[in-house]
Each structure stands twice: as C-alpha cells, then as structure tokens.
Design a protein around this ligand. Structure first.
Ligand code: HEC
Ligand code: HEC
Ligand code: HEC
Ligand code: HEC
Ligand code: HEC
Length: 384
C-alpha cells in the first residue's frame, strides 16, 4: 500500500471513531455553572422556624403554603414525568440541584468533582438526608433561606425570624430558569430543560413575578397587616387557562372564486413576553385546519407545528424555531375546493402538547394525566 492510502485510511477511521463517540457519549446538554453545581447548604435555621420543611412555614403562612402546594414547584421531584425522564437519563446527580436543591433533600453530599466539566461529582453519604423534605421539590427555603435568614421583598416587617431584603425577586427565578450553555461543540444555547432560553438577551428587563406571581392585597400571617403581596402560583404549561388567555386566535373563511375558498388563521402571543410555548423543548403547539362534509367526514386537513427543533447528535444544533414570539402575529392559510357543495364546515383546533408521543414511548412514561389538551376550537359554516 502506498503511504498516501494508509494516511487516508487512518484519517477515515479516526473520523468514524470520533462520530461514533459523538453518538454514544452521554449527552451533557448544558454547561454546569457555579450557580447550581452544588446543592444549597443549610447551616442554621432562623428563630421560630422549627424545621426546613414548608410545613414549618405553614404554621404562620398558611395561605401561601396552600398555593405553593398546588404549583409544579412543589412537585418538581415527585412529578412522574420528571421521575421517568431522570431515570432514563441515568439518574444524574446534577438534576437534583434544581429539582431538589437543598442539601438535606439529597442522599449525598457533593464534596468535589472528578472532571473539569463537573458532570461527575464526588459523593459522600449525607447523614442529615430527609426523605420527606426531598418530596417537597422546590420548597420555600430553596428561594427564601440564606445564611440563617429569610429573604423577603419588604425587608422591614416585624417577623419573628431574621430577614434580609430580596434585592430583585426576578433574580430568584433566573437561578434555575435561565442558564447559558456555550461550548465549542454546541451551536446553540441550551439551558437544562430548555427554559425560557429565547429571552436570554432581554432577561434583565423581563419581570417574571409580574405574570407568574400575581399581586394580591392580604396579610402574610393570620391577623397581620394587609400588604401588597404575591400569590405563589407559578402557572405554566400545566394550566390550560393561562395558556388560553395568552393566545389570540382569529379565524375566517372567504370565497376566492366560484369553487375555491380559503381559510385564514392568525395566532398572536398576547400574554407571554417570552415565546409561546416556552420552557423545555418538549412543549409544542399544533394548529389543525380542516374542511368537513355534512356527516363530519374530513375532506381536507392541514397541520402546523409550533416547536423548537433541535438536532441532538452528533452535535447539538438549534435547527429551527416556529414558536410564537411576543406580539408577532402568525398567519396560516389553506385553500380548498367546495367539491360542488359537499364541503359544509371549516374548523380550527389549537392544541398544547406537554411532550411528544414518540418521546413518551421512548422513555416509557406511563402518563396518568393527558399529555396534550385543546386550547382553542372554532368552526364556520360554508356559505353555499
Ligand atoms: C420559587 C421561589 C419561591 C418559593 C418556592 C417560595 N417563594 Fe415566597 N416569594 C418568592 C418571591 C420571588 C417573593 C417576592 C415577591 C415580590 O416581589 O413581592 C416571595 C414572597 C414571599 C412572602 C412575602 C409576601 C408576598 O406574598 O410577597 C412570603 C411571606 C413568602 N414568600 C413565603 C413563602 C412560603 C411560606 C413558601 C413555601 C410554602 C414560599 N414563600 C415559597 C419566591 C418563592
Ligand atoms: C411563628 C410564625 C412564623 C413562621 C414559622 C414563619 N414566619 Fe415568615 N413571617 C412571620 C411574620 C409575623 C411576618 C411579618 C408579617 C407582617 O409584618 O406583615 C413574616 C414575614 C415573612 C416574610 C416577609 C419578610 C420581609 O420583610 O420581606 C417572608 C418572605 C417570610 N415571612 C417567609 C417565611 C418562610 C419561608 C418561613 C419558613 C421557613 C417562615 N416565614 C416562617 C411569621 C412567621
Ligand atoms: C430551584 C430552582 C427553581 C427556581 C429558583 C424557580 N423555579 Fe420555576 N421551576 C423549577 C422546576 C424544576 C420546575 C419544573 C417542575 C416540574 O414540572 O417537574 C419549575 C416550573 C416552573 C413553571 C412551570 C409550571 C408548569 O405548569 O409547568 C413556572 C411558570 C415557573 N417555574 C416559574 C418560576 C418563577 C416565576 C420563578 C421565580 C420566582 C421560579 N420559577 C423559580 C425550578 C425553579
Ligand atoms: C407578560 C407575562 C409573562 C412574563 C413577564 C413571563 N411569563 Fe412565563 N409564561 C407566561 C404565560 C402566559 C405562559 C403560558 C404560555 C407559555 O408557555 O408560553 C408562561 C409560561 C412559562 C413557563 C412554563 C413553561 C412550561 O414548560 O410549562 C415558564 C417556566 C415560564 N413561563 C417562566 C418565566 C420566567 C422565568 C420569566 C421571567 C424571565 C417569565 N416566565 C416571564 C407569561 C409570562
Ligand atoms: C439549572 C436547573 C435545572 C437542572 C440542572 C435540571 N433541570 Fe429539569 N427543569 C428545570 C426547570 C426550571 C424546569 C421547568 C421548565 C419548564 O416547565 O419548561 C424543568 C423541567 C424539567 C422537566 C419537565 C417536567 C414537566 O413538568 O413536564 C423534566 C422532565 C426535567 N426537568 C428533567 C430534568 C433532568 C432529567 C435533569 C438532569 C439531566 C434536569 N431536569 C436538570 C431546571 C433544571
């Protein structure tokens, strides 16, 4: 064999091996930043707070506790979709630092890292591990307790526990919801679980709590002063109502010439300063336009998908994104023939999907709650 041939063969083998490794290696889809590389340690509790549990806060802040109990934050660990996905993803420790961030919510303490990227923590068993606390997910103290003091928006209430003023409540959200993922081998920016990445550049200006923690006039404790406070609701994709309210749909039908008609649907994100849908790349919308005959049989149908599409292997590349940016109308049209009067009705169905059916199957998530729901449905009779 000639030298040149050998060199070519070696290069081809090396390149094939490199690609194979890219296909087989564990997927580290984000950069582990200092903000969440370790769990949050709790050295001491403030006076009159008897334990780290949300139940200890509930003794005085009952209403806030019951709101939090209905939010996904309180289920960030027990959520069956998270549990299935986490196990499918090799039960990585790093996931816990946002889903159950307090040190005593975790069986292990992180004492260091084996690798530069901090994906392989050195673990030691945690003698103070508390299984009940673990089940509380993103609990009160994850956002409120630092150095034995409670962070609060007023900073001057007469609370029985020590208080520090929370400078900017939105900073609390960014800790987990906006994370950068710049690396040489990712051609996109991918925070874990893909949350609100699209607003990264404008993030300083976006007021998360304004929409996700609506204001309310009420006392913080039974019999206390009435204050301008915020409800602890954090509604998102799991709440059809918040999604419905944010989306404006205009639907119409018109005759173009004797036999040809056109349906037009215009969708506008009126209620979310980030994209709609936002969050994990799992979430997407479908818009279905249909022409039906008198018996309800579908004569013509067209489906649009509003989704962030990512290529995961061999390299992570953000391919395209068809979700709705804030206040930018998007129009879809479909032309059809009336088939000599057969076509009677045109219909639009807009549907929100929490995750894709193919993914549900792949990770074997046996959902008890539906993974999609309708957010808009309208039909118009065709004038003959
Ligand atoms: C995901 C983070 C987060 C969690 C979890 C959380 N809070 Fe808050 N909480 C906040 C933020 C942010 C504010 C400040 C809102 C503002 O700007 O007024 C706040 C405000 C408060 C206030 C001041 C009054 C008000 O409504 O603004 C109290 C009291 C409070 N939280 C108690 C609790 C209790 C009790 C729990 C658990 C049952 C809890 N919080 C869970 C983020 C959180
Ligand atoms: C023994 C009762 C009690 C317990 C237990 C308690 N709080 Fe409070 N908390 C209060 C009172 C009283 C205030 C002040 C109310 C006022 O002045 O309107 C307060 C105020 C606050 C504020 C607002 C502080 C500010 O000035 O900005 C936050 C936030 C808060 N509590 C969070 C918590 C959290 C989180 C827990 C659990 C770790 C907790 N509290 C446990 C009684 C309690
Ligand atoms: C410690 C990390 C952490 C912090 C801090 C945090 N979140 Fe979350 N948030 C999560 C996790 C994890 C979930 C997903 C829980 C699940 O669905 O399993 C979530 C879910 C949500 C959802 C989606 C609910 C749904 O229906 O799917 C909204 C909205 C939200 N958070 C808003 C906020 C806002 C606003 C703040 C700031 C006040 C905040 N979060 C602070 C970790 C955090
Ligand atoms: C103007 C109101 C508004 C503001 C400001 C806003 N959101 Fe939202 N958010 C919404 C609405 C409406 C939805 C439901 C529709 C959707 O998913 O886009 C939502 C959904 C979400 C979800 C749920 C995604 C899921 O997977 O279910 C998360 C997480 C979230 N927002 C986080 C944030 C964070 C973090 C900020 C601040 C950086 C923020 N939002 C600012 C209105 C808002
Ligand atoms: C930097 C913080 C952070 C880390 C690390 C993290 N997550 Fe999340 N995760 C979130 C937030 C914030 C949400 C809510 C986003 C949303 O609703 O769109 C979330 C949502 C999810 C959801 C969607 C749950 C639902 O309600 O539909 C799954 C599944 C999930 N995470 C799995 C994981 C796994 C597996 C890992 C580890 C490989 C991980 N997460 C690591 C912050 C994090």
């Amino acid at each position: 064999m000639r030298r040149k041939t050998i060199v070519i063969i070696v290069v081809v083998i090396a390149f094939t091996a490199f690609l194979a490794w890219r296909f087989l290696r564990p997927m580290n889809i984000f950069v582990v930043s200092e903000a969440f590389e370790r769990p949050i340690p709790v050295k001491q509790l403030p006076a009159s707070v008897t334990s780290q549990s949300a139940k200890a806060c509930a003794q005085c802040h009952a209403e806030i506790y019951s709101e939090w109990s209905t939010a996904m934050h309180s289920r960030a660990w027990t959520d069956p979709y998270f549990q299935t996905d986490w196990k499918f993803d090799d039960s990585r420790q790093i996931c816990k630092n946002c889903h159950i961030p307090l040190e005593d919510q975790q069986e292990h303490l992180v004492t260091g890292f084996r690798d530069k990227d901090k994906w392989e923590p050195i673990l030691e068993s945690n003698p103070r591990f508390d299984a009940d606390l673990q089940h509380e997910g993103v609990t009160c103290n994850v956002c409120h307790l630092r150095e034995g003091r409670i962070l609060g928006p007023y900073g001057d209430t007469r609370a029985p526990h020590a208080i520090t003023k929370m400078e900017d409540p939105n900073q609390v959200c960014l800790h987990c919801h906006v994370v950068q993922g710049k690396r040489w081998d990712t051609f996109f920016r991918m925070p874990p679980c893909g949350t609100v990445v699209e607003i990264e550049s404008a993030v300083e200006k976006i007021n998360c709590v304004q929409c996700h923690m609506p204001t309310v006039q009420r006392p913080l404790v039974a019999g206390g002063l009435i204050r301008a406070a915020r409800r602890h609701l954090w509604r998102g994709g799991h709440d059809p109502e918040i999604v419905k309210r944010a989306l404006k749909v205009e639907f119409s039908e018109k005759t173009i010439d004797t036999d040809r008609h056109r349906v037009t649907a215009t969708l506008t994100n009126m209620g979310a300063t980030h994209f709609l849908p936002t969050g994990t790349p799992d979430r997407y919308l479908t818009v279905t336009l249909q022409v039906l005959d008198a018996s309800g049989k579908v004569l013509k149908s067209q489906e649009e998908t509003l989704k962030r599409t990512v290529m995961w292997r061999p390299f992570i590349v953000d391919l395209w994104d068809t979700r709705l940016p804030y206040q930018q109308p998007r129009t879809y049209t479909m032309d059809f023939s009336t088939g000599g009067g057969k076509a009677r009705l045109v219909e639009i169905v807009v549907r929100y999907h929490l995750l894709d059916e193919a993914r549900r199957k792949r990770i074997q998530y046996e959902n008890k709650e539906s993974i999609f729901y309708d957010i808009y449905r309208e039909s118009i009779s065709i004038k003959q």
